[in-house]
Design a protein around this ligand. Structure first.
Ligand SMILES: [Zn+2]
Length: 71
């Protein structure tokens, strides 16, 4: 999905923001826990999914590349 000024937009709706899902997800079995910061990045690919509420389009970024979303 395109990122404009740190905000993510739907590829189908250029004016619609993509909303993060509540938690990080993993494409494979990740060891550790995101809540307490014990994720082992070597155990799998940690991703941040985003969803467009208008069309349901789902896209994701690798979590460790999206520093602007870290709390
Ligand atoms: Zn959309």
């Amino acid at each position: 999905m395109p990122i404009k000024e740190g905000k993510r937009y739907c590829i189908n709706h250029p004016s619609a923001r993509m909303n993060r899902t509540g938690t990080f997800k993993a494409l494979v079995n990740v060891e550790g826990n995101a809540a307490d910061g014990t994720i082992n990045p070597q155990s799998g690919l940690v991703v941040m999914p985003f969803v467009c509420e208008e069309c349901g389009y789902l896209e994701m970024y690798v979590a460790d590349k999206t520093h602007q979303d870290k709390k």
